[in-house]
Write a protein of this length. Structure first.
Length: 285
């Protein structure tokens, strides 16, 4: 299993890194589109659709992403869209997690399918627009999610159950603890202030999420990154809820040793649109 994970990770890096650092955003946006379309195929399967309908769902999501690209949405100011997307993730995410696993399958199948496809389309639009803004900006969002996950894992293993009476969401993901969440938040706070310091010290003019938020004050930066860390947990738990409802461990076997695409991007689904919301709302007018 470890060998498979390492090989898959290396292959993904060999594909993604050259595209990420290419002078044009186009290659990265195209690869991200393929991944999101694969995630849409997985989403349809998790929600009870057959092979043909799942394939069509993946194609439809890919076409929707391509249409947004063709319409020039990557270069447009989409403040209202990101505010609506962010508010929906906060409210609907909290509602879905509160209702629990059993309530998810009670929703109409078409509603579950469409909601997931829209969330995946928004995630692609956000990651593509972030790459258009700049590599430093996109990396600052991606690394925030990775750091939150890594710090949460180690904090959970070392401190899980020592300071809290119960698990975070035992019916959805029994292994997650409140200590892990707090550890992830602490990690992203350190990341944000170190990244902002590095941008200033090394004279990096390309914006990062942290330098952009930091212009509004250190307290806003602190609150924003803690909020984004919390929402990355919501994305992770939401996908776990859907998988538990479907009775599967992984969203698919597309990425040997890692599960499926959704297993790798779940925490990014709310975090990317919310980061674009903060960036757009706090733009100088």
């Amino acid at each position: 299993m470890l060998k498979q994970r390492v090989i898959t990770a290396l292959v993904l890096l060999l594909i993604l890194l050259p595209a990420l650092f290419y002078h044009s955003p186009a290659p990265f946006c195209a690869i991200a589109l393929v991944f999101i379309a694969a995630g849409a195929w997985e989403w349809a399967r998790l929600n009870g659709y057959g092979p043909v309908a799942s394939l069509f769902s993946g194609l439809a999501c890919g076409v929707a992403c391509a249409a947004a690209w063709w319409l020039g949405m990557l270069e447009q100011s989409l403040v209202l869209l990101w505010v609506l997307a962010g508010a929906t993730w906060v409210l609907a995410g909290a509602w879905a997690l509160h209702r629990g696993v059993s309530a998810w399958s009670a929703h109409p199948q078409a509603v579950r399918l469409v909601s997931g496809l829209v969330a995946l389309w928004l995630a692609w639009l956000a990651v593509a627009q972030a790459r258009v803004i700049g590599i430093n900006f996109l990396l600052s969002i991606l690394v925030l999610v990775w750091v939150a996950d890594i710090f949460a894992y180690f904090a959970g293993r070392a401190l899980g159950g020592r300071f809290s009476r119960g698990k975070l969401a035992p019916s959805i993901s029994p292994g997650k603890s409140w200590e892990g969440v707090w550890g992830g938040m602490a990690g992203v706070v350190v990341l944000a202030f170190v990244w902002r310091w590095a941008d200033a010290t090394w004279g990096i003019t390309a914006p990062s999420l942290y330098s952009h938020l930091g212009r509004q004050g250190a307290w806003l930066l602190l609150i924003a990154v803690v909020f984004l860390s919390a929402m990355s947990v919501v994305g992770d738990l939401f996908e776990s809820l859907v998988k538990r409802s479907a009775g599967v461990k992984d969203s698919s076997g597309l990425l040997p040793g890692h599960g499926g695409v959704l297993d790798r991007v779940d925490a990014l689904l709310p975090t990317l649109p919310l980061a674009l919301m903060l960036y757009s709302v706090l733009q100088p007018r």
